[in-house]
Design a protein around this ligand. Structure first.
Ligand SMILES: O=C(O)CCC(=O)C(=O)O
Ligand SMILES: [Fe+2]
Length: 352
């Protein structure tokens, strides 16, 4: 389906291939976040502590009673399925290209191995088209498919609900770090580079050799992920380094803190490595919302979280530059190593 056929480009190195039977993770926290809306201060504090513990111990957690309306979800999921059910020609009409990275794409690479998936990327906020686009600058303009009634509206509605949820989670993360509740909100203004990805993982003839998404960490601030009931998201467990499967929970979102939260928190929280396993008989759908700051943001450990005893562990880096370098490297197979926050890690030996 979708024109994917199993060739060498998909084959993972032996050490990165998924094991046939993977334990379902016991203990990934499932957190009811409804106390935030109820607003009782003591319950919100307890909730923030729970989010803090999950971010520290796993970098991943599942939220339920999150306030996203059922019909908003239903419309978005229907739009997603309708999109991938279109013909290859219809999908190709909104295909991404090197200068304009949004739209349909079936040839993403993670760490230089091709992923067994097709995607559609969109941004909730389109920047005004730049009068002159500098050489190499990416254009974040949506490519809406024609002949798919309601698609755009459903996803715009979904994006609004996601932003509210992501800001609520940012508040909980800020509180959990002892910061002002709205301390992180200023990073997510109108210039934010947040994007939504619709993922479709078709059945794969060799799920023992390929991955839907190769192992990676999310580079942004926070990811709010919908997954259907098929299962396939694997997280590397911090306590022992084992890969474990995240069990699908109905009416939930999976939240993971990204590299930016890791840097802001000066390593109190760590973004976890994850990947997607595929299977030979069932297609799978997922939909991550990548909550990202504006491209001008400088990312560095927050002042309140560093001290003489706990000096900053990272040099400041420009998010926009990091983001476009990363996006370009997912586009095709490259010889160079992907940019990582580790490249901005200070050599602490020289500080102490
Ligand atoms: O499909 C999933 O469950 C996760 C996808 C993912 O990790 C990503 O797109 O960054
Ligand atoms: Fe991811």
């Amino acid at each position: 389906m979708g024109g994917l056929s199993m060739d060498q480009a998909f084959v993972q190195a032996p050490e990165h291939r998924p094991k046939a039977a993977l334990a379902e993770a016991a203990g990934i926290p499932v957190i009811d976040i409804s106390p935030l809306a109820a607003g009782d201060e003591a319950s919100v504090d307890a909730l923030a502590a729970e989010v803090g513990r999950a971010s520290r111990e796993w970098g991943f957690f599942v939220v339920v009673r999150h306030g996203v309306p059922d019909d908003t979800m239903a419309r978005a999921l229907e739009a997603q399925r309708a999109f991938f059910a279109m013909t290859p020609e219809q999908k190709a009409a909104v295909r991404r290209d090197e200068a304009a990275p949004l739209g349909y794409y079936e040839s993403e690479h993670t760490k230089n191995v091709r992923d067994w998936k097709e995607v559609f990327d969109l941004v909730p906020r389109e920047p005004p088209p730049p009068a002159a686009v500098a050489d190499g600058e990416l254009v974040f303009e949506n490519k809406w498919p024609r002949d798919l009634p309601g698609f755009r509206e459903a996803l715009e509605e979904y994006a609004k609900a996601m932003e509210q949820l992501a800001l609520n989670l940012m508040e909980l993360i800020a509180r959990s770090l002892g910061l002002r509740p709205d301390r992180l909100h200023g990073f997510f203004k109108d210039d934010q580079t947040t994007f939504i990805r619709l993922n479709h993982y078709p059945p794969c003839p060799s799920p023992d050799l390929a991955l839907g998404v190769g192992r990676h960490k999310d580079a942004g601030a926070l990811t709010v992920l919908y997954q259907d009931d098929v299962g396939g998201l694997d997280v590397r467990r911090r306590s022992d380094g084992e890969w474990v499967r995240v069990r699908p929970v109905p009416d939930s979102f999976i939240i993971n803190v990204g590299d930016i939260v890791q840097v802001w928190s000066n390593d109190r929280y760590e973004s976890a490595e994850h990947r997607v396993s595929v299977n030979s008989h069932k297609e799978r759908f997922s939909m991550p919302y990548f909550f990202n700051p504006g491209s001008g943001a400088m990312i560095e450990p927050l002042d309140e979280l560093v001290s003489d005893d706990n000096p900053p562990r990272y040099d400041a880096y420009n998010w926009g530059q990091f983001f476009s370098t990363r996006k370009n490297s997912n586009f095709k197979k490259l010889a160079v190593e992907n940019v990582q926050i580790a490249h901005f890690r200070k050599d602490l030996k020289s500080i102490s």
